[in-house]
Design a protein around this ligand. Structure first.
Ligand code: NAD
Length: 492
């Protein structure tokens, strides 16, 4: 079959697209299993070249020394170049990542661009701090001292991203890293390299200085080479907790700073007084959006036993409206999983749930109508015990579970009984009580009745426990890419 993506088969290093020494490999459309193009595969020479380029740009180039308003101008041009490439991005997000048309356009392109722009704006804040004057010495001779705390860039940032929401993840790293004066080497998932490489085209259009942004594609072996290279100062990683733990270990030898945005098994608590329509939508979306391939989605629904039966029926009713299929069809509302192995993983967990005391409400198999594509039906289990494997493990497929509870205290305990701690939701009419309950949830982010829907660019996002450490977004996310430097002086 003729390749669809023809101009992204080289690495982006030092401001140029270059043949990779490691050759190329095919990338596949998960909805059709057809190849969509050839992506560069970086080897150790490419890895060294990319890191050398970022190192030189940081140590000897102007980027980190520019006034932040100058960097903001470059990044605004970069933003505008991406917007100019919108239709190409959106098509690639769809054919490479299996995103539905509306998801690819709005959630996977427009939203990250909005956050990117907010990051450019926020990044121009002066985060330096003047210390109050201090008097020391003795009564005969007193000294006046003071100081200032400045923020300086960390250096060369290695950004490693996951296959789900790649443009979102890539920009959530590149934005704060670049505006604060770092240089970047980006390594995307080998399942979704084109969305990352397309950023190189935008960087060229925006005339970002050479070496400021480098993009190379490869697998875990390349990741190992990059994470152990002494010229990398900070690693910003998004992916599974298992790989996150490996990266922390790999980085420890050269004592790099590491930010880890890892997996989740987020719970939404539906109290007896919760709006049932809102709850049904939240539960269904929680395990079906992007075919369940989201880190922060609500894959555990904790439902008060007095409303559980009715709520399960409502979820089952609205689930019938989901149209599984090839995202090439604009009517499709749920596309495929990213790969055959991701579907096997889903099938393994559904098998375990079927063998348990959990009750299958709908789904539980592949749809019959497709001969190709990694499709799986939306699948819901009720009467799940929180200790069951499907309630504890991140499946990353369209599988949800309903767990009953009888008191708020029990709900909080169930929500916290997880190795992860990324996000939680509460649905109730009693918003004041929800606010109090939120204080007891061991997660990085709590959403009450769907949240504010407006201020996401300002919010720090990230987890605790095995969901990782470090934050993306808001002021916290910017400062992650900086060090503080204190300068004290004798004022007289
Ligand atoms: P993954 O952990 O398998 O891979 C992530 C990245 O790490 C890929 O680029 C991969 O090539 C690279 N990698 C693998 N082994 C490596 C090694 N030893 N050294 C360096 N790099 C290595 O994750 P995935 O399957 O691509 O994505 C799904 C996971 O990502 C889920 O667990 C999901 O929850 C998580 N995720 C988290 C967030 C968040 O913000 N918390 C967002 C999206 C996805």
């Amino acid at each position: 079959m003729e390749a669809i993506v023809k101009d992204l088969n080289e690495c982006f290093i030092n401001g140029e697209f270059l043949n990779s020494s490691g050759g190329v490999s095919e990338v596949f459309n998960p909805a059709t299993e057809e190849p969509i193009g050839l992506a560069p595969v970086a080897d150790s020479d490419d890895a060294s070249a990319a890191i050398h380029s970022a190192r030189s740009a940081f140590d000897h180039g102007t980027w980190s020394k520019l006034d932040v308003s100058e960097r903001a101008r470059y990044l605004q041009r970069f933003h505008d170049a991406m917007v100019g490439l919108r239709s190409k991005f959106v098509e690639i997000i769809r054919i490479e990542g299996g995103a539905t048309c509306s998801d690819a356009g709005m959630r996977q392109f427009d939203l990250p661009l909005k956050h990117f722009q907010a990051c450019i704006k926020k990044g121009q804040t002066d985060f330096s701090r003047n210390l109050p004057p201090v008097i020391s010495g003795n009564p005969e001779l007193k000294f006046l001292g003071s100081g200032v705390v400045k923020r300086i860039p960390a250096g060369v940032v290695l950004a490693i991203s996951a296959f789900n929401y790649p443009t979102y993840l890539n920009l959530a790293k590149i934005g704060p890293a670049l505006i604060t004066g770092n240089t970047v080497v980006l390594k995307p998932s080998p399942l979704t390299p084109f969305q990352a490489l397309l950023l190189g085209q935008a960087a060229k259009i925006a005339e970002l200085p050479p070496g400021v942004l480098n993009i190379i594609n490869g697998d875990a072996e390349l990741g190992l080479q990059l994470t152990t290279n002494p010229d990398v100062d900070l690693i910003s990683f998004t992916g599974s907790d298992v790989v996150g733990a490996k990266i922390a270990q790999q980085a420890s030898v050269s004592l790099k700073r590491v930010l880890l945005e890892l997996g989740g098994k987020s719970a939404v608590i539906v109290r007896a007084d919760g709006d049932l329509d809102m709850a049904a939508q939240a539960i269904l979306k929680g395990f079906t959006s992007h075919c369940g391939q989201g880190c922060a989605i609500f894959t555990r629904a904790l439902v008060h036993n007095s409303i559980r039966k009715e709520l399960v029926e409502r979820v089952a009713t609205i689930a019938k409206e989901i149209k599984v299929g090839d995202p090439a069809d604009p009517k499709t509302t749920m596309g495929p999983l990213i790969s055959a192995s991701q579907r096997s993983r889903t099938e393994k967990y559904v098998g375990l749930a079927t063998d348990s005391d959990a009750k299958l409400i709908f789904g539980g198999s592949r749809p019959n109508e497709f001969r190709k594509g990694y499709f799986y039906l939306p699948t819901l289990f009720d009467e799940v015990s929180n200790s069951d494997t499907i309630a504890q493990e991140e499946i990353f497929g369209p599988v949800g579970c309903i767990i009953g509870f009888d008191s708020d205290e029990e709900a909080i305990n169930l929500a916290n009984d997880s190795k992860y701690g990324l996000r939680a939701g509460i649905i109730t009419k009693n918003v004041g009580l929800a606010y109090e309950l939120a204080e007891h949830l061991k997660v990085g982010h709590v959403v009450i009745n769907g949240g504010s829907l407006t201020s996401m660019s300002e919010l720090p996002f990230g987890g605790i426990k095995r969901s990782g450490y470090g934050r993306e977004g808001g002021e916290e996310g910017l400062l992650e890419y900086t060090y503080s430097r204190a300068i004290e002086f004798h004022a007289g």
